[in-house]
Design a protein around this ligand. Structure first.
Ligand SMILES: Nc1nc(=O)c2c([nH]1)NC[C@@H]1CN(c3ccc(C(=O)N[C@@H](CCC(=O)O)C(=O)O)cc3)CN21
Ligand SMILES: CC(C)C(=O)C(=O)O
Ligand SMILES: [Mg+2]
Length: 264
């Protein structure tokens, strides 16, 4: 696979070929995933839950994210590396710039931050300074204490209208990608059709331009034993992890994953 960049991803959206994204936190998985055709590797702050054992992503630090991003960079063979800015690392403009710089210098090609319309100013400042941004909308896990749990967002008409308006506003502010988590499928499809930038979904149905999962989830690994509705275990039909990752890539490309049972 030649090196994936933003132009590659725009072309995939324009040609209606699904974009495959998957989390990785270390060199081995980054190597495996990039060799299997994963286009975007997400160094997610979900590492606070699946690696560190916390019950939310809030304890994760910029130093943690930089450490894992450095590891992923060493194993990566051509995927675009996206790193999450962790909780409170983009509370002010100055923090946003300093912490994004740290993740880019650790090996990220772009950063992801969670929020809504209020992110516009930060996004514009980052892009002007050479840092592409993905805006994560819908269920934003860093806001779990405000949301009152990991719940589907945008079920009410007014909330859905706001989400669509936010998506359009953040594209206008300079976001190069959007990520929609746990929103109704029809809303996710509408948003994907309303912006030119690629929209990656998780729990957002098959109408987005791409899909993402936490790698532990798609390998059937879980501490709680209870996986969200949008997860599929790709280990049930294969004998090894590289084959499961390849099956995930193939299923997303074939628009076989997510199926109706994984949607809201
Ligand atoms: N292992 C793991 N996988 C993830 O997808 C993930 C993390 N960790 N950590 C950060 C966030 C938290 N996420 C979550 C966690 C739980 C649900 C969940 O249980 N959702 C309900 C929705 C209930 C409803 O409102 O209808 C579900 O049934 O799927 C969703 C997203 C997604 N992210
Ligand atoms: C669940 C995905 C989208 C994420 O943000 C993460 O892995 O941290
Ligand atoms: Mg995250």
């Amino acid at each position: 696979m030649p090196d994936v960049n933003l132009t590659t991803l725009y072309k995939l959206k324009q040609s209606a070929e699904k974009i495959v994204c998957l989390t990785a936190y270390d060199a081995t998985f980054a190597h495996l995933e990039s060799q299997a055709g994963v286009e975007v590797i997400l160094v997610g702050d979900s590492l606070g839950m699946v690696l560190q054992g916390h019950d939310s992503t809030l304890p994760v630090t910029v130093a943690d994210m930089a450490y894992h991003t450095r590891s992923v960079k060493r194993g990566n063979r051509g995927a675009l590396i996206m790193a999450d800015l962790p909780f409170m690392a983009y509370a002010t403009l100055e923090q946003t710039l300093n912490n994004s710089a740290a993740l880019m210098q650790a090996g990220a090609h772009m950063v992801k931050l969670e929020g809504a319309g209020w992110l516009a100013e930060n996004i514009t400042a980052l892009v002007q300074r050479g840092i592409p941004v993905c805006a994560h909308l819908g269920l934003t896990p860093q806001t779990v204490n405000v949301l009152g749990g990991y719940k589907v967002q945008g079920r009410e008409q007014a909330q859905a209208d706001t989400l669509l308006a936010d998506a359009v506003a953040l594209e206008a502010a300079g976001a190069s990608m959007l990520l929609l988590e746990c929103v109704p499928s029809d809303l996710a499809t509408r948003i994907s059709q309303s912006v030119k930038v690629p929209v990656i979904g998780i729990g957002a149905g098959s109408g987005t331009d791409g899909q993402v999962l936490v790698v532990h989830d798609m390998l059937g690994l879980s501490i709680s034993g209870r996986l969200p509705r949008f997860v599929k275990n790709f280990m049930t039909e294969t004998a090894d992890i590289p084959a499961a990752i390849k099956a995930y890539v193939d299923a997303v490309k074939a628009v076989e994953f997510p199926a109706r049972e994984h949607e809201f």
